[in-house]
Each structure stands twice: as C-alpha cells, then as structure tokens.
Design a protein around this ligand. Structure first.
Ligand code: ADP
Ligand code: NI
Length: 212
C-alpha cells in the first residue's frame, strides 16, 4: 500500500476511537472502499478519491469545534505528510464541499469530488444507513419514532441536527432524498436496491406501529 495512504488510514483510525455519532472508523473504511470502486468505474483519480474518503470525516464539524477548525486539522496533516500541494488542495476542496446541506449540495466540482460524495451518501442508505440512523438517534437521546412530531421534508442540515426529531422522521428529512442527489451513474445504480430496502423497512415499521 502507498505509504501516505497507510498513514492517512492510521490517522483516521486513531481519530475515530470511541465515537458514537455514526462516524466510526468502519464508516470511513466503507466509504473508502466504495469510493475506490466508483473511481474505477468513473475513471477518477484513485489516489485523490481514497485520500479524501479516508479524511472526509476527520474534518466533520460534529467532531471538531467548528467546520473551519476541522478542515484546518486536515490541511495541516496533509501539508506535513504529502509534498504535492496541488493534490492536497484538491483533497481539501473535496472534503469542504461534499457535505449535505438540506437538499442543496454545494456543488462538488471534480469527478473525484462527485465520487467521494456519492460514496459517503451510499453509506447513509440501505441496511447500514438504517442502523446508523437508529444508532445516532439513540446517542442523541431521540425516540426511534414519535407520532406527535410532524414529518418535515424541507429541513436543512442545521435544523435536523438541532431540532427535536426521531429516527423514522430522519428518513423523510434526509435519507429518502439521497438517491436523487447522487452524482454518478455507478452510484445511482448501487442506490436503487438500498433505497427500495429503506422504503420497505419504514413501511413495515409504520404498519407494525399501527398494528395493521
Ligand atoms: P454524513 O457523515 O453522511 O454527512 P451526518 O454527519 O449528517 O452524515 O450523520 C451521520 C449519520 O447519522 C448518518 O447515517 C445520518 O443519516 C445519521 N443522522 C444524522 N442526523 C440525524 C438525525 N437528526 N437523526 C437520526 N440520524 C441522523
Ligand atoms: Ni461520512
């Protein structure tokens, strides 16, 4: 394995020890594997995709004092470990522009950015996406479902992070929208089955809730 990739892997692994916000090392590892697969299919630069995937959540604002502080941490790490400034800038640009902002992606410009954003979003849907949502809700002290909380589909990321919600509501706030926000053909194909599985899950959950 490339030496820098190996170091980035170690950096991310150490960073995520003991996290319960849905951003553990295994999420990063899945995003990296999916990014590599998409990169090959989309003819993207494999090194850039793998590095951005490995580092994308180290900069997450939930894990840092602010988004800017998180990005600065990654920027410093890259400057210390990789001499190619152009590559480092590309990686930082991908990480800073890929997060989901309540329906509008900030516009990930390069094919590598599109690939890594898609890989991250694919991990938020399907069986793993369902599990992450319930784990995150539990860690935040939210109910798995609360019929008194109205379902909203127009929430921004800020809102669904800060306002009272439930795991089931999060499917409508974000997860059901992700399939149509994907950038690449390869990711759209992979999303079909995962999306259908989530719809089936929520439908069955609500049927059981209503004792139908
Ligand atoms: P990402 O790393 O994909 O940007 P987030 O940081 O928004 O995702 O959230 C991490 C995980 O927690 C994802 O699986 C996401 O769907 C889930 N999650 C985020 N916000 C909520 C919420 N308000 N309720 C339940 N799950 C959430
Ligand atoms: Ni992520």
């Amino acid at each position: 394995m490339n030496e820098i990739i190996h170091k980035a892997e170690q950096f991310a692994k150490e960073f995520f020890l003991n996290d319960s916000s849905g951003h553990d090392w295994y999420h990063t590892d899945r995003v990296r594997k999916t990014a590599l697969k998409l990169a090959k299919e989309e003819n993207a630069d494999v090194f850039i995709c793998e590095m951005a995937a490995l580092l994308h959540d180290v900069a997450d604002e939930k894990m840092n004092d602010s988004e800017a502080a998180g990005l600065e941490k990654v920027r410093k790490w890259l400057a210390k470990h990789n001499e190619d400034e152009k590559q480092n800038l590309h990686i930082i640009n991908i990480i800073s522009s890929m997060s989901f902002k309540g329906g509008n992606s900030k516009g990930v410009e390069t094919v590598e950015g599109k690939v890594v954003q898609d890989a991250d979003r694919l991990d938020a849907i399907g069986a793993i996406g369902i599990a992450r949502t319930f784990a995150y809700s539990g860690a935040k002290g939210q109910a798995m479902y609360d019929p008194t909380i109205p379902v909203r589909t127009d929430m921004t990321k800020e809102q669904y992070r800060n306002e009272k919600s439930s795991a089931i509501n999060h499917f409508y706030e974000k997860l059901f929208k992700l399939k149509d926000l994907l950038n690449t053909r390869s990711a759209k194909q992979l999303a079909e089955e995962k999306h259908a599985f989530m719809v089936e899950f929520v439908t069955t959950f609500l049927d059981e809730w209503e004792q139908k």
